[in-house]
Each structure stands twice: as structure tokens, then as C-alpha cells.
Design a protein around this ligand. Structure first.
Ligand code: MSP
Length: 700
């Protein structure tokens, strides 16, 4: 297909101005997650948008909408190059291994994507080059020179004031890198007005509103042209016609949303069928999705995504979970102790989508016990147990002459269904589930009020008993269908225990009619769908695991959890043992550290102002050193046998400045000086500079 036809095909499709983020009236539904960097182990923060996308896809599919769910991995760029180098592994081997690890980590959560795109897929690479050529031909790209600062972890060029900034990335708290090289630029500045116009005409384009306002004010503040190539990065897609340049990793990555559907190739049927998308993204990467991406698409004449929805961050101890802080909840620990549906339910119910939310193991256990074990699980097991005990396992069916109370239950269930759908379409998952649980509570109350266990003792009240259990069973049938997209495994489990025919995930709850004839067999196999969790026991197990030695191949994001072992005792009762996440092979930790590990060590230049021997300590010198800080520091150094105090006063030295303070002989040492250990007796030789360096200068 030639470029003109692609443009005509995509531009020709009318843009709509719907307020609903996703709409039931549509024939197709296309949802994407961000594609994940393969520079670290997957954690729950990555699984979060992916399981939301999975739930939404199941929701639309259950309602008959032709749906497509894309996820994948972002495999090019300097941070990946460095991660592979740090492991001493070839790049292709490194990316393949981490991709496998992501896939293996997501599978136990019941995540079933339609496609896993990799930016190293040859088809993707060719289509990205095509998008570049279209933009170039249309005059949106020019060559110039970039000079400035770059964060290799954000893969972002940073605007900083060199006089006042500490030249550290505020997100990653790691040093920025100076770049000065020839670069291609995208004329982003030319898209300021068209973007503002699009935001105004399509309020649903960036959501939630608070994020939309942020984006509008960012763009209204003025846009600078964007550097979209790097000569110093080799691991990426070469710029067409100028292969010494590599395409900027965000240009490459964002394109995945259309290249995955075959855009730019002869196989573009999926693009025609599913585009435009709903992009689910973390609020930290909103600007790339809501400003750069639509500008690239506008430039190429391609229809814009329907919505970019920015969700909040999962927090631990009030801070974003992730690699930078090393505080992320490990998927291995979750997998060992909690059923996948519980993790899904927790994230959808406890965290309001769009807002930040704290995640703790304790809260997970509490939610499980209150909403799942006592709520849905209890309703299912008591209803089914009574059907088995009082009706020999054959659920009674509703008759026409049911009383008003039954009618009230059915209308509450219909109300729950209506609200659930309304909230899910607006991506308010928590409120949608709340509506379903209001339905569960209504049925529970109905059972408790009618006391079927008493009715069962009186043969004269058999008809009433039938009516009560028929109502409870029918309500349960509708509720299980309703919650199935969020709880796929347990909904199927309860459905099977109810001995109903078919798969609840393929039956539209809105087409299920109250009291309709159904195909059902004899109930006899009942087991709790959500066993009660013992908080004390699970927390103790998790703490023990965290105390055990860690063996991780790739950078561990959670300082804790050991790799999954086969500890079936720690698994939830009734849950199948899950496959293990393989530990990636890597060099021993003593030989190789990552660049991020190194960046944690703050090495600074200093001058020794004072030096004296510490009384009664043969080896120690007490130094007062100037690190360029308001106050000089005291440092104790074990060099007294090799350096006389007067010999080192005035010397320029290198100090580890962020070492935790330590007391030696009652004196506090606030840092450590660097020295090489030479010869058989390990004589220390102080590290220094051969050129003049100001005190406080950082070594990187
Ligand atoms: N590769 C880019 C995305 C390119 S999309 C064209 C990237 N990758 S990432 O692996 O660093 O992050 C992927 C997603 O995970 C981001 O949306 C980010 O917000 C999300 N999360 C990472 N940690 C998170 C939490 N603690 N909580 C919620 N989401 C988090 O950025």
C-alpha cells in the first residue's frame, strides 16, 4: 500500500465527539497498555494497566463487541543497552529473556492479551521507518544539533537551568547526562494550535479531566521542536537514509499502537477494523501520549486515538512503587500467597482508577475476607449448599406468582447491572464493582430475612422455601455473569459449581432474562470460591521470605521476595500451583553491578583541612574535610600507619559522601575516603586528581 492511500484511508474516517470514554454503541473496541521497558523485572505496577485492559476487553467481549487488546515490550534505547551490558549478556539474548519473564509473570493473573508487540519485531521496525518517511516527506522533520540534558531512565530530554539545577532527574533521582550531538527534529511547535483545537473539540481525548487540564496548560505554554534521533545510541531503528542516526526511542515506542495492527503494510486489515484506540497509560508518561503521539499522527495524516486515559500510581508507604525506590511489590510474592482474582479485584475495587492508591498485603487480605470470602463466596456457598441439602441438588426455578420481595431482589439486580455497565464504560471500576456488591448484599439480606433453614423444617412451607432458593439461585446467576470480567477464574468456578451450561464470560449479562429457562445439572460439588485468609499466618510467611537470601538475575525491584519456590503450603487452598518465573541467569552480584547501583554511590572531591591521630587507635586518623558544603565534615580513616597527619593536610581526596554515619572509638565518621590497597601489606594509597577540581564536585 502506498503512503497516500494510508493517509487517505485514515484521514477519511470521521472523528467523533463522544464524551463517554468507551462506548457500548461501537462495533469494535481496541485497548492498549504502555509497552514495558525490558531493563528490569516486571512488578505489580506493570501488571496494573495490563489487568485493567484485560478486564475491559473481557467486559466488551462478553457484551458482543469485537475487541482487541494489545500489550508488549519497549526494547530499544540506551537504558536497555546498559541493562544488557550490566548483565554481561548479548542484547538480543537479554531482551528475549526479559520478555519471557514479563509474559510468565502476567499469565498467572489471568491476563489474556490478543497480541504482544515487541519493538524489535521486524514488521514494527519497517513500519516505524515508514512513519518517519511520511513525516519527512511532509516537511515535519529537519536536521540540526541538540545540546542539553537527558535522563536515560525516562528517555527524555530535560529542560533545566544549569545555574540552579542539581542536574538530577526529579523522577529517578539520578544524574542527567549531557548531550551535544547532531539530531533530527520534529516540528512539534507547529502543532500547538491543532492540538489545542483537538483537546477543545474532543473532551474525551485526554482523561480524567484533571490530567486533561494539565495537558492543555502544558501545550498552551508553548511547544518546542522535539529531538527525534540520537547518534550516540546504536540499539534502535536506523533513520531512513541516514543510518548513523537512530530513531528516538519514544517515536519508535509510540508507533507500536498502529504498527501492531499492520499499519503501513499490506496487512492493514486490523488497523482498519480496530483503530482508534483507548490508550491506558500511567500519568508519568501522559505527555508523550497526549502531546507527542497525536502530533506525529496529525503530521502523518492518521486518525488520532479515541482516548488517552492516565491512571494513577500504585504506592507503597505513600511513594510510587518501582525500580527507582526498590519498593515494588514482587509478583512472585503475590503469586505465592494470593489467588489471581483477588489481586485483580483488589486493584479494581480498592484503587479508584485515575487516582494513586496504596497497596499493602494487609489491605489485600482484608478485602479478600470482607468482599470475596464473606461477600460473593459466602452467598454462593450457602445458596448452593441449601439447594443440595433441601432439593437434592436440583435448583428450584421461579414461578410466575412470586411475591413482591422477590420482585424487589430482581429489580435490585437489574439496577446493579445497569450501574455496573455505566461505570465500567466510564472506567470507574471501583464504583461498578460497588454496584455489583450492593446486589450481593441485597440477596444476602433476603436470605437472612427469610431464614430458609427454618422453612426447610416445615413441609407445609415447601413452596415458600422453593421460592426463596429459586430467587437466590437466579440472583447469583446474574451476579456471577456481571462480575466475570473482573473475576474470570472464580466466576467460572462458581458457574461450574452451579452446574450451569456454557461459559459465563461469553454470556452477556444484559441479555440474561430474570427467570428464563436455563440448562442446569445436579449440584453436588461445592467448595469455597474464596477461602478465608489467615492474616497473621500469611504476613509471617511473607516476612520470613523477605528475610531469606535473595537470588535475582536481573536488577531486583523489590529488595525482598526470593524467587518462587514450590511452596504449595503458601498457596491459597483450592488454587492450582502456578508455574514458576524462571530466575534469569546472570553474573554473580560481586562482579557486576548496574549503572543504577553505581549511581547510588555519591563520590565527591574534598580537601583535608585538619588531621590528627585518634588516641589509643593505631590505625585511625581523624580528618576534617571540606566537601563544598556549608560545614566541613569529620571522617575517620584507617590510614594512620601509612600517612602522618601533616602529610595529608591540604591534600585533595575523594570521599564517599552518602555513606550512613558510623561511630568508631566514640567518634562519628561521616563518609569514607577512597584509597587503593597496594602490595602485600595492603598499603593504602589515596585517590586524588591530577587537575584542579572544586570541593564537592561529583564523580560519575
Ligand atoms: N516504555 C515506556 C512506555 C512506552 S509506551 C509507548 C515506559 N515503560 S515502563 O516500563 O517504565 O512503564 C510502563 C508503565 O508502567 C507506565 O505507564 C508506568 O506508569 C507504569 N508503572 C510503573 N510503575 C507503576 C506504579 N507503581 N503504579 C502504576 N503504574 C506504574 O514508560
Amino acid at each position: 500500500m502506498n503512503d497516500d492511500r494510508i493517509v487517505a484511508q485514515t484521514v477519511g474516517r470521521a472523528l467523533s465527539t463522544r464524551l463517554a470514554i468507551t462506548s457500548m454503541g461501537e462495533k469494535t473496541f481496541y485497548v492498549t497498555t504502555p509497552i514495558f521497558y525490558v531493563n528490569a523485572k516486571p512488578h505489580i505496577g506493570h501488571a496494573y494497566p495490563t489487568l485493567v485492559a484485560d478486564t475491559l476487553t473481557r467486559f466488551y467481549r462478553q457484551r458482543g463487541v469485537d475487541s482487541y487488546f494489545l500489550t508488549g515490550t519497549d526494547e530499544h534505547g540506551i537504558n536497555i543497552e546498559r541493562a544488557a551490558a550490566a548483565r554481561g549478556v548479548a542484547l538480543t539474548k537479554h531482551v528475549d529473556e526479559i520478555v519471557d519473564e514479563f509474559k510468565t509473570a502476567f499469565a498467572p493473573l489471568g491476563i489474556e492479551y490478543d497480541q504482544w508487540i515487541r519493538t524489535t519485531d521486524p514488521g514494527h521496525e519497517a513500519a516505524v521507518a515508514k512513519l518517519w518517511r511520511i513525516l519527512d516527506e511532509r516537511g515535519h522533520i529537519y536536521k540540526s544539533r541538540y545540546e542539553g540534558w537527558y535522563c536515560p531512565n525516562c528517555n527524555e530530554f530535560k529542560e533545566v537551568d544549569e545555574k540552579t539545577s542539581d542536574l538530577v532527574c526529579p523522577t529517578h533521582e539520578r544524574p542527567l547526562e549531557r548531550l551535544a550531538e547532531e539530531s533530527y527534529f520534529f516540528r512539534l511547535s507547529a502543532f500547538q494550535e491543532p492540538l489545542l483545537d483537538h483537546y477543545a473539540k474532543h473532551p474525551e481525548f485526554v482523561q480524567p479531566d484533571v490530567r486533561r487540564n494539565e495537558v492543555i496548560s502544558f501545550v498552551a505554554g508553548g511547544l518546542k521542536d522535539l529531538s527525534i534521533s540520537r547518534v550516540s545510541v546504536k540499539w534502535g531503528i536506523p533513520v531512513p537514509g541516514d543510518p548513523k542516526h537512530t530513531i528516538y526511542v519514544w517515536f519508535d515506542a509510540l508507533s507500536n499502537y498502529i504498527t501492531a495492527l499492520g499499519w503501513g503494510t499490506d496487512e492493514h486489515q486490523k488497523f482498519a477494523r480496530y483503530w482508534p484506540a483507548l490508550h491506558l497509560v500511567g500519568k508519568d508518561i501522559l505527555r508523550m501520549h497526549a502531546v507527542y503521539w497525536p502530533a506525529f499522527l496529525m503530521g502523518a495524516g492518521i486518525e488520532l486515538p479515541r482516548t488517552v486515559y492516565a491512571h494513577g500510581m500504585l504506592l507503597r508507604g505513600g511513594q510510587k512503587m518501582g525500580k527507582s525506590l526498590g519498593n515494588a511489590i514482587d509478583l512472585g510474592v503475590l503469586k505465592r500467597h494470593f489467588a489471581p482474582d483477588l489481586i485483580r479485584y483488589f486493584l479494581l475495587r480498592e484503587v479508584a482508577f485515575g487516582q494513586d492508591g496504596e497497596m499493602t498485603y494487609e489491605a489485600l487480605i482484608d478485602r479478600s475476607n470482607s468482599d470475596l470470602a464473606d461477600g460473593l463466596g459466602n452467598l454462593a456457598s450457602r445458596t448452593l449448599t441449601m439447594v443440595r441439602n433441601y432439593f437434592d441438588g436440583h435448583p428450584p426455578r421461579l414461578r410466575n406468582e412470586e411475591q413482591s420481595e422477590t420482585e424487589d431482589v430482581s429489580s435490585r439486580i437489574e439496577e446493579a447491572k445497569r450501574r455496573f455497565d455505566e461505570e465500567f464504560v466510564a472506567l470507574n471500576f471501583s464504583r461498578g464493582l460497588e454496584a455489583a456488591w450492593a446486589g450481593i448484599a441485597r440477596v444476602d439480606k433476603f436470605i437472612t430475612d427469610n431464614q430458609p433453614w427454618k422453612l426447610a423444617k416445615d413441609p407445609a412451607r415447601r413452596a415458600q422455601l422453593e421460592s426463596v432458593l429459586a430467587t437466590a439461585y437466579e440472583a447469583l446467576r446474574h451476579l456471577v455473569l456481571l462480575v466475570a470480567p473482573a473475576l474470570p477464574a472464580t466466576s467460572r468456578e462458581i458457574w461450574n459449581q452451579m452446574e450451569l451450561a456454557g461459559d459465563p464470560l461469553t454470556i452477556d449479562p444484559n441479555k440474561a432474562v430474570w427467570g428464563e429457562p436455563i440448562e442446569v445439572s445436579k449440584i453436588d460439588r461445592i467448595s469455597p470460591a474464596f477461602p478465608k485468609l489467615d492474616k497473621g499466618k500469611i504476613m509471617a510467611e511473607i516476612e520470613n521470605e523477605n528475610a531469606a537470601p535473595v537470588s535475582e538475575g536481573v536488577e531486583a525491584e523489590d529488595g525482598g521476595g526470593k524467587q518462587a519456590g514450590n511452596e504449595s503450603a503458601g498457596l491459597q487452598a483450592g488454587m492450582p500451583a502456578l508455574p514458576e518465573v524462571p530466575a534469569l541467569p546472570g553474573p554473580p552480584a560481586t562482579q557486576i553491578i548496574t549503572i543504577d547501583d553505581f549511581a547510588k554511590v555519591e563520590l565527591r572531591a574534598a580537601t583535608v583541612l585538619e588531621a590528627e591521630k585518634v588516641p589509643k587507635a593505631d590505625k585511625l586518623l581523624r580528618l576534617i574535610v571540606d566537601l563544598g558544603e556549608p560545614q566541613p565534615r569529620q571522617i575517620l580513616a584507617g590510614i594512620a600507619q601509612h600517612y602522618a597527619p601533616e602529610e595529608i593536610i591540604g591534600r585533595k581526596i575523594i570521599v564517599v559522601a552518602n555513606l550512613a554515619p558510623r561511630k568508631l572509638r566514640g567518634l562519628e565518621s561521616n563518609g569514607m575516603l577512597l584509597a587503593a590497597s597496594v602490595g602485600e601489606d595492603g598499603k593504602p594509597v589515596l585517590a586524588t586528581f591530577t587537575e584542579d577540581v572544586p570541593n564537592g564536585a561529583r564523580l560519575k
